[in-house]
Design a protein around this ligand. Sequence first.
Ligand code: ATP
Ligand code: MG
Ligand code: MG
Ligand code: MG
Length: 343
Amino acid sequence: MKLLLICGGQSTEHSISRMSCTNIRKYVKDEIDVEVMGITREGAWYKLADEVRDYASDAWLEGAKEIKDNFAYLKSFDVVFPALHGLYGEDGTIQGILEMCNVPYVGCRVIDSAAAMDKVVAKKLFNAAGIKQVPSLYAFKRYDGEFVIINDDTSEDRQIVERVKHDLGLPVFIKASRSGSSVGCYKVSNEEDILPRLKEAGQYDRKVLIEKAIDATELECAVLGNDDLVVSRVGQILPHGEFYTFESKYEDEQSATCIPARVDQSVQDYIRKMAPIAFKAVDGHGLARCDFFLDNNTGDVYLNEINTLPGFTNISMYPMLMADAGISTTELVDRLIQLALER
Ligand code: ATP
Ligand code: MG
Ligand code: MG
Ligand code: MG
Protein backbone atom coordinates (compact mmCIF):
# COMPACT_ATOMS: atom_id res chain seq x y z
CA MET A 1 0.00 0.00 0.00
CA LYS A 2 1.24 3.46 -0.92
CA LEU A 3 0.50 6.22 1.59
CA LEU A 4 1.07 9.91 0.96
CA LEU A 5 1.55 12.03 4.07
CA ILE A 6 1.08 15.76 3.41
CA CYS A 7 2.69 18.34 5.67
CA GLY A 8 3.20 22.08 5.95
CA GLY A 9 0.55 24.05 4.11
CA GLN A 10 -0.31 27.67 3.54
CA SER A 11 -2.00 28.36 6.87
CA THR A 12 -0.76 30.16 9.96
CA GLU A 13 -0.39 26.66 11.47
CA HIS A 14 2.22 25.57 8.87
CA SER A 15 4.92 24.93 11.48
CA ILE A 16 2.59 22.87 13.69
CA SER A 17 1.75 20.61 10.75
CA ARG A 18 5.44 19.94 10.20
CA MET A 19 5.77 18.87 13.85
CA SER A 20 2.65 16.71 13.59
CA CYS A 21 4.00 14.97 10.46
CA THR A 22 7.38 14.28 11.99
CA ASN A 23 5.53 12.39 14.69
CA ILE A 24 2.97 10.64 12.44
CA ARG A 25 5.72 9.40 10.09
CA LYS A 26 7.40 7.57 13.00
CA TYR A 27 4.27 5.54 13.67
CA VAL A 28 3.38 4.34 10.17
CA LYS A 29 3.69 0.54 10.04
CA ASP A 30 6.76 -0.79 8.19
CA GLU A 31 4.72 -2.67 5.59
CA ILE A 32 3.24 0.60 4.31
CA ASP A 33 5.20 2.41 1.64
CA VAL A 34 5.21 6.10 2.69
CA GLU A 35 6.01 9.18 0.69
CA VAL A 36 5.87 12.64 2.24
CA MET A 37 4.80 15.75 0.38
CA GLY A 38 5.56 19.20 1.71
CA ILE A 39 3.48 22.25 0.90
CA THR A 40 5.42 25.46 1.43
CA ARG A 41 3.92 28.56 3.00
CA GLU A 42 3.69 29.95 -0.53
CA GLY A 43 1.78 26.88 -1.72
CA ALA A 44 4.42 25.03 -3.77
CA TRP A 45 4.25 21.20 -3.60
CA TYR A 46 7.40 19.12 -3.08
CA LYS A 47 8.06 15.39 -2.85
CA LEU A 48 10.38 15.28 0.17
CA ALA A 49 13.57 13.24 0.15
CA ASP A 50 13.18 9.88 1.85
CA GLU A 51 16.21 10.48 4.09
CA VAL A 52 14.58 13.53 5.64
CA ARG A 53 12.58 12.51 8.70
CA ASP A 54 12.47 15.72 10.70
CA TYR A 55 10.03 17.86 8.76
CA ALA A 56 10.14 20.56 11.43
CA SER A 57 13.79 21.21 10.65
CA ASP A 58 14.86 24.06 8.37
CA ALA A 59 16.42 21.42 6.12
CA TRP A 60 13.07 19.76 5.34
CA LEU A 61 13.31 20.63 1.62
CA GLU A 62 16.85 19.32 1.17
CA GLY A 63 16.84 16.97 -1.81
CA ALA A 64 13.12 17.62 -2.43
CA LYS A 65 11.66 17.62 -5.93
CA GLU A 66 8.97 20.07 -6.95
CA ILE A 67 5.76 18.38 -8.11
CA LYS A 68 4.42 19.74 -11.37
CA ASP A 69 1.53 17.45 -12.24
CA ASN A 70 -0.31 17.68 -8.92
CA PHE A 71 -3.41 15.68 -9.80
CA ALA A 72 -1.53 12.79 -11.40
CA TYR A 73 0.80 12.72 -8.41
CA LEU A 74 -2.07 12.44 -5.90
CA LYS A 75 -3.77 9.76 -8.00
CA SER A 76 -0.69 7.53 -7.75
CA PHE A 77 -1.40 6.76 -4.06
CA ASP A 78 -3.78 4.31 -2.40
CA VAL A 79 -4.49 6.62 0.50
CA VAL A 80 -3.55 10.14 1.63
CA PHE A 81 -3.10 11.52 5.14
CA PRO A 82 -3.43 15.31 4.84
CA ALA A 83 -1.87 16.20 8.19
CA LEU A 84 -2.41 19.91 7.66
CA HIS A 85 -3.97 22.31 10.14
CA GLY A 86 -6.00 25.43 9.42
CA LEU A 87 -6.90 27.00 6.10
CA TYR A 88 -6.33 24.93 2.94
CA GLY A 89 -5.80 21.87 5.12
CA GLU A 90 -8.49 21.47 7.73
CA ASP A 91 -11.17 23.45 5.92
CA GLY A 92 -12.33 21.15 3.12
CA THR A 93 -10.20 22.59 0.35
CA ILE A 94 -7.51 19.91 0.08
CA GLN A 95 -10.27 17.38 0.80
CA GLY A 96 -12.08 18.66 -2.31
CA ILE A 97 -8.99 18.11 -4.44
CA LEU A 98 -8.65 14.58 -3.05
CA GLU A 99 -12.32 13.84 -3.78
CA MET A 100 -11.79 14.97 -7.37
CA CYS A 101 -8.76 12.69 -7.64
CA ASN A 102 -10.84 9.85 -6.27
CA VAL A 103 -8.19 8.98 -3.67
CA PRO A 104 -9.25 7.88 -0.16
CA TYR A 105 -7.98 10.17 2.58
CA VAL A 106 -7.80 10.29 6.34
CA GLY A 107 -10.23 12.38 8.34
CA CYS A 108 -13.22 14.56 7.69
CA ARG A 109 -14.61 15.06 4.21
CA VAL A 110 -15.40 18.36 2.48
CA ILE A 111 -18.42 19.80 4.23
CA ASP A 112 -17.59 18.47 7.69
CA SER A 113 -14.09 19.93 7.49
CA ALA A 114 -15.41 23.26 6.25
CA ALA A 115 -18.18 23.45 8.83
CA ALA A 116 -15.98 22.57 11.79
CA MET A 117 -13.27 25.01 10.71
CA ASP A 118 -15.65 27.94 10.48
CA LYS A 119 -16.56 28.73 14.08
CA VAL A 120 -19.56 30.87 13.09
CA VAL A 121 -21.04 28.10 10.92
CA ALA A 122 -20.19 25.38 13.45
CA LYS A 123 -21.99 27.31 16.23
CA LYS A 124 -25.20 27.24 14.23
CA LEU A 125 -24.96 23.50 13.62
CA PHE A 126 -24.13 22.79 17.27
CA ASN A 127 -26.98 25.00 18.33
CA ALA A 128 -29.39 23.13 16.05
CA ALA A 129 -28.17 19.89 17.65
CA GLY A 130 -29.06 21.27 21.08
CA ILE A 131 -25.48 21.58 22.34
CA LYS A 132 -24.85 24.28 24.93
CA GLN A 133 -22.38 26.97 23.87
CA VAL A 134 -21.04 30.22 25.25
CA PRO A 135 -23.20 33.27 24.32
CA SER A 136 -21.80 35.01 21.27
CA LEU A 137 -22.26 37.54 18.51
CA TYR A 138 -20.53 37.61 15.24
CA ALA A 139 -19.32 40.33 13.01
CA PHE A 140 -18.27 40.41 9.44
CA LYS A 141 -16.10 42.82 7.61
CA ARG A 142 -17.65 44.55 4.65
CA TYR A 143 -15.47 44.58 1.58
CA ASP A 144 -14.85 48.27 2.22
CA GLY A 145 -13.26 47.26 5.52
CA GLU A 146 -15.98 48.38 7.92
CA PHE A 147 -17.39 45.94 10.52
CA VAL A 148 -21.05 45.09 10.72
CA ILE A 149 -22.67 43.02 13.46
CA ILE A 150 -24.89 40.54 11.76
CA ASN A 151 -28.68 40.33 12.26
CA ASP A 152 -29.37 43.93 12.99
CA ASP A 153 -26.85 45.67 10.76
CA THR A 154 -25.16 47.44 13.65
CA SER A 155 -22.34 49.23 11.92
CA GLU A 156 -21.60 52.44 13.80
CA ASP A 157 -18.47 51.90 15.89
CA ARG A 158 -20.15 53.14 19.06
CA GLN A 159 -23.16 50.88 18.50
CA ILE A 160 -20.93 47.87 18.03
CA VAL A 161 -19.21 48.50 21.34
CA GLU A 162 -22.52 49.04 23.14
CA ARG A 163 -23.98 45.92 21.60
CA VAL A 164 -21.06 43.77 22.77
CA LYS A 165 -21.23 45.24 26.29
CA HIS A 166 -24.99 44.87 26.47
CA ASP A 167 -25.31 41.34 25.07
CA LEU A 168 -22.14 39.74 26.39
CA GLY A 169 -20.53 42.00 28.97
CA LEU A 170 -16.76 42.21 29.35
CA PRO A 171 -14.37 40.48 29.07
CA VAL A 172 -15.00 38.84 25.73
CA PHE A 173 -12.99 36.66 23.39
CA ILE A 174 -12.67 37.96 19.86
CA LYS A 175 -11.54 35.37 17.33
CA ALA A 176 -11.20 34.94 13.61
CA SER A 177 -13.91 32.51 12.51
CA ARG A 178 -11.63 30.18 10.56
CA SER A 179 -8.42 29.87 12.50
CA GLY A 180 -6.65 27.54 14.87
CA SER A 181 -3.79 27.36 17.38
CA SER A 182 -5.24 30.57 18.88
CA VAL A 183 -3.99 32.67 15.96
CA GLY A 184 -6.21 35.77 15.67
CA CYS A 185 -7.79 35.01 19.07
CA TYR A 186 -7.80 37.76 21.71
CA LYS A 187 -9.16 38.29 25.19
CA VAL A 188 -10.58 41.80 25.51
CA SER A 189 -11.24 43.32 28.91
CA ASN A 190 -11.51 47.03 28.07
CA GLU A 191 -14.15 48.45 25.81
CA GLU A 192 -11.66 50.64 23.94
CA ASP A 193 -9.92 47.47 22.73
CA ILE A 194 -13.04 45.95 21.14
CA LEU A 195 -12.81 47.68 17.75
CA PRO A 196 -9.02 47.41 17.33
CA ARG A 197 -9.14 43.68 18.16
CA LEU A 198 -12.08 43.15 15.78
CA LYS A 199 -9.95 44.70 13.06
CA GLU A 200 -6.95 42.57 14.00
CA ALA A 201 -8.97 39.34 13.99
CA GLY A 202 -10.42 40.52 10.68
CA GLN A 203 -6.98 40.27 9.14
CA TYR A 204 -7.24 36.48 9.45
CA ASP A 205 -10.83 36.08 8.35
CA ARG A 206 -13.65 38.26 7.15
CA LYS A 207 -15.91 36.72 9.78
CA VAL A 208 -15.14 37.27 13.45
CA LEU A 209 -16.74 35.65 16.48
CA ILE A 210 -17.24 37.60 19.72
CA GLU A 211 -17.83 35.39 22.74
CA LYS A 212 -18.51 35.97 26.39
CA ALA A 213 -15.29 35.09 28.22
CA ILE A 214 -15.71 32.22 30.65
CA ASP A 215 -13.56 31.60 33.70
CA ALA A 216 -13.05 28.12 32.41
CA THR A 217 -11.47 24.78 33.01
CA GLU A 218 -10.55 23.56 29.53
CA LEU A 219 -11.48 19.96 28.81
CA GLU A 220 -10.96 17.92 25.66
CA CYS A 221 -12.35 14.65 24.38
CA ALA A 222 -11.15 12.67 21.34
CA VAL A 223 -13.35 10.70 18.98
CA LEU A 224 -12.29 8.16 16.35
CA GLY A 225 -14.48 6.47 13.76
CA ASN A 226 -16.94 6.90 10.91
CA ASP A 227 -20.20 5.36 12.10
CA ASP A 228 -19.29 3.69 15.38
CA LEU A 229 -17.07 5.91 17.46
CA VAL A 230 -14.35 5.35 20.01
CA VAL A 231 -14.80 8.12 22.59
CA SER A 232 -11.80 8.79 24.80
CA ARG A 233 -11.74 9.81 28.43
CA VAL A 234 -11.65 13.54 29.13
CA GLY A 235 -8.33 15.36 29.26
CA GLN A 236 -7.63 18.69 30.90
CA ILE A 237 -5.50 21.56 29.69
CA LEU A 238 -3.50 23.40 32.32
CA PRO A 239 -2.43 26.43 30.30
CA HIS A 240 0.32 28.63 31.62
CA GLY A 241 -0.56 32.28 31.18
CA GLU A 242 -3.85 34.09 30.80
CA PHE A 243 -5.42 31.63 28.38
CA TYR A 244 -4.33 28.89 25.98
CA THR A 245 -2.48 31.08 23.48
CA PHE A 246 -0.23 29.97 20.60
CA GLU A 247 2.81 30.42 22.85
CA SER A 248 1.33 28.53 25.77
CA LYS A 249 0.34 25.67 23.41
CA TYR A 250 3.66 25.12 21.73
CA GLU A 251 6.40 27.10 23.42
CA ASP A 252 5.65 27.38 27.13
CA GLU A 253 6.93 24.31 28.91
CA GLN A 254 4.93 25.25 31.97
CA SER A 255 1.66 24.50 30.16
CA ALA A 256 0.55 20.99 30.94
CA THR A 257 -2.19 18.47 30.33
CA CYS A 258 -3.63 15.70 32.44
CA ILE A 259 -5.70 12.60 31.73
CA PRO A 260 -8.21 12.05 33.18
CA ALA A 261 -9.32 15.59 33.94
CA ARG A 262 -9.48 16.65 37.58
CA VAL A 263 -13.18 17.45 37.50
CA ASP A 264 -16.32 15.69 38.74
CA GLN A 265 -17.18 12.40 37.10
CA SER A 266 -20.60 13.81 36.13
CA VAL A 267 -18.85 16.53 34.08
CA GLN A 268 -16.69 13.93 32.35
CA ASP A 269 -19.70 11.73 31.62
CA TYR A 270 -21.56 14.68 30.13
CA ILE A 271 -18.62 15.60 27.89
CA ARG A 272 -18.24 12.01 26.72
CA LYS A 273 -21.93 12.04 25.83
CA MET A 274 -21.75 15.39 23.99
CA ALA A 275 -18.51 14.84 22.00
CA PRO A 276 -20.05 12.30 19.56
CA ILE A 277 -23.16 14.50 19.24
CA ALA A 278 -20.92 17.42 18.25
CA PHE A 279 -19.00 15.22 15.79
CA LYS A 280 -22.22 13.99 14.20
CA ALA A 281 -23.62 17.53 14.08
CA VAL A 282 -21.02 18.36 11.44
CA ASP A 283 -21.26 14.84 9.91
CA GLY A 284 -17.68 14.16 11.00
CA HIS A 285 -15.52 11.35 9.63
CA GLY A 286 -12.41 9.70 11.01
CA LEU A 287 -11.34 11.84 13.91
CA ALA A 288 -11.83 15.00 15.89
CA ARG A 289 -10.80 16.58 19.14
CA CYS A 290 -13.78 18.18 20.85
CA ASP A 291 -12.93 21.12 23.13
CA PHE A 292 -15.18 22.07 26.04
CA PHE A 293 -15.28 24.68 28.80
CA LEU A 294 -16.40 24.01 32.35
CA ASP A 295 -17.51 27.33 33.83
CA ASN A 296 -15.72 27.51 37.17
CA ASN A 297 -18.36 29.83 38.62
CA THR A 298 -21.59 28.19 37.52
CA GLY A 299 -20.60 24.59 36.79
CA ASP A 300 -22.09 24.86 33.28
CA VAL A 301 -20.35 22.91 30.53
CA TYR A 302 -20.12 24.41 27.06
CA LEU A 303 -18.80 23.03 23.80
CA ASN A 304 -16.12 25.41 22.51
CA GLU A 305 -15.23 23.88 19.15
CA ILE A 306 -14.19 20.73 17.37
CA ASN A 307 -10.91 20.31 15.51
CA THR A 308 -11.00 17.86 12.62
CA LEU A 309 -7.22 17.67 12.21
CA PRO A 310 -6.02 18.10 15.76
CA GLY A 311 -2.34 18.43 16.55
CA PHE A 312 -0.43 15.18 16.35
CA THR A 313 2.84 16.21 17.97
CA ASN A 314 4.25 14.04 20.72
CA ILE A 315 2.72 16.36 23.32
CA SER A 316 -0.65 16.74 21.59
CA MET A 317 -3.83 15.81 23.41
CA TYR A 318 -5.43 13.75 20.60
CA PRO A 319 -2.85 10.96 20.42
CA MET A 320 -2.45 11.04 24.21
CA LEU A 321 -6.20 10.58 24.76
CA MET A 322 -6.23 7.68 22.31
CA ALA A 323 -3.20 6.09 23.99
CA ASP A 324 -5.09 6.41 27.27
CA ALA A 325 -7.98 4.58 25.57
CA GLY A 326 -5.59 1.71 24.78
CA ILE A 327 -4.90 2.74 21.18
CA SER A 328 -1.18 3.20 20.65
CA THR A 329 -0.16 5.82 18.09
CA THR A 330 0.95 3.05 15.68
CA GLU A 331 -2.48 1.50 15.92
CA LEU A 332 -4.14 4.90 15.72
CA VAL A 333 -2.43 5.79 12.44
CA ASP A 334 -3.35 2.38 11.09
CA ARG A 335 -6.99 2.71 12.16
CA LEU A 336 -7.22 6.16 10.58
CA ILE A 337 -6.00 4.69 7.30
CA GLN A 338 -8.52 1.82 7.55
CA LEU A 339 -11.30 4.33 8.27
CA ALA A 340 -10.31 6.25 5.14
CA LEU A 341 -10.42 3.08 3.04
CA GLU A 342 -13.70 1.72 4.39
CA ARG A 343 -15.94 4.60 3.35
P1 ATP B 1 -7.18 25.21 18.52
O1 ATP B 1 -5.69 25.28 18.55
O2 ATP B 1 -7.72 24.38 19.65
O3 ATP B 1 -7.75 24.87 17.20
P2 ATP B 1 -8.49 27.80 18.13
O4 ATP B 1 -7.57 28.76 17.52
O5 ATP B 1 -9.47 27.12 17.25
O6 ATP B 1 -7.67 26.71 18.94
P3 ATP B 1 -10.23 28.30 20.45
O7 ATP B 1 -10.01 26.93 20.92
O8 ATP B 1 -11.62 28.69 20.15
O9 ATP B 1 -9.28 28.65 19.22
O10 ATP B 1 -9.68 29.33 21.52
C1 ATP B 1 -8.32 29.30 21.90
C2 ATP B 1 -8.18 29.43 23.40
O11 ATP B 1 -8.70 30.70 23.82
C3 ATP B 1 -8.98 28.42 24.20
O12 ATP B 1 -8.29 27.21 24.35
C4 ATP B 1 -9.14 29.17 25.52
O13 ATP B 1 -7.94 29.17 26.27
C5 ATP B 1 -9.38 30.59 25.06
N1 ATP B 1 -10.82 30.89 24.85
C6 ATP B 1 -11.45 30.96 23.66
N2 ATP B 1 -12.73 31.31 23.81
C7 ATP B 1 -12.94 31.47 25.13
C8 ATP B 1 -14.07 31.84 25.93
N3 ATP B 1 -15.23 32.15 25.37
N4 ATP B 1 -13.89 31.92 27.27
C9 ATP B 1 -12.70 31.62 27.83
N5 ATP B 1 -11.60 31.26 27.14
C10 ATP B 1 -11.71 31.19 25.80
MG1 MG C 1 -9.69 25.12 16.80
MG1 MG D 1 -7.24 23.61 15.65
MG1 MG E 1 -9.40 25.02 20.71
